[in-house]
Every structure is written in structure tokens, then in C-alpha cells.
Design a protein around this ligand. Structure first.
Ligand code: 5GP
Ligand code: ZN
Length: 123
């Protein structure tokens, strides 16, 4: 838990969110400002600023999250590939376009067009 971190507060339940999944590793909820018909945020319970902060010791829970992601995408409205599918985004740092400094993965899906901010990577 990092003080004043909005995602730590959501993980703890101090700030409300529309959760679709939680387990010992992570909490998954709808993005408050969706950029696509399906827009979920996969947030590890432990506070890491970004992928720049993980190490080999984190391979276990990171791997479990990666395995979970396609299942969550399908369960929450992403159509199956190759017509459907989803996009997975992890922004890191200012140059990466990160706004909330707690590691998270965006799952984006649903029929296009999507909002421009996630339709293509920012210039
Ligand atoms: P980033 O730019 O850091 O990769 O993405 C942060 C995301 O968090 C944005 O898409 C933004 O809409 C979302 N977000 C910011 N604050 C909240 C909040 O309080 N609740 C939820 N559900 N999403 C949030
Ligand atoms: Zn945090």
C-alpha cells in the first residue's frame, strides 16, 4: 500500500470500483473513462510503480495474471479472435503515457472504432 495511491485505495476498497474479478494477486475492474467498448484494468494488489520495478522474483504472479487476461477478456464481452480479440496495454512512465503510477494492464476490446486515445499509441 502506497499512501495517496488511487489504485491502492481501490484494491483496499477505500475507493469504489466496478470489480469483475479479484484473487490473491490482483483486482480487475472497469476503467472509469473507457476508451473501448470493453475496457478493464488489471491491477496487482502489491504497489509497483510500473513494469520497470518488477524482477525475476515477480515472474509467478505476473505469469498468473497473463494467463488470466484472455479469460477475463472473453468473460467481459471481447469477441473471440481472429475477428474479435483484445488489446493489452501497460504504460510505463511519462514517455509511456502512464497517468496512474501503480502498475496496471489495460484490456481493451469490442467492435471498433474506439476512442482515439487508445485506438493508436499516442504520438
Ligand atoms: P494509465 O494512463 O496510467 O495507463 O491509465 C490510467 C487509467 O486509469 C485511465 O484509463 C483512467 O481512466 C483510469 N482511472 C483513473 N482513475 C480511476 C478511478 O478512480 N477509477 C477507475 N475505475 N479508473 C480510473
Ligand atoms: Zn498503489
Amino acid at each position: 500500500m502506497s499512501e495517496n495511491c488511487i489504485f491502492c485505495k481501490i484494491v483496499k476498497g477505500d475507493i469504489s470500483s466496478t470489480k469483475v474479478h479479484e484473487d490473491e494477486d490482483c483486482v480487475v475492474f472497469h476503467d472509469i473513462n473507457p476508451a473501448a467498448p470493453v475496457h478493464l484494468l488489471v491491477v496487482p494488489r502489491k504497489h509497483f510503480v510500473s513494469l520497470e520495478d518488477v524482477s525475476a522474483a515477480d515472474a509467478g504472479w505476473l505469469g498468473r495474471m497473463m494467463v488470466l487476461i484472455p479469460r477475463l477478456a472473453a468473460e467481459n464481452g471481447c469477441r473471440p479472435g481472429p475477428e474479435g480479440g483484445f488489446r493489452l496495454v501497460a504504460n510505463a512512465g511519462k514517455d509511456g503515457g502512464q497517468e496512474v503510477p501503480h502498475l496496471h494492464f489495460h484490456i481493451l476490446g469490442g467492435p471498433r472504432p474506439w476512442q482515439a486515445r487508445m485506438a493508436t499509441p499516442a504520438a
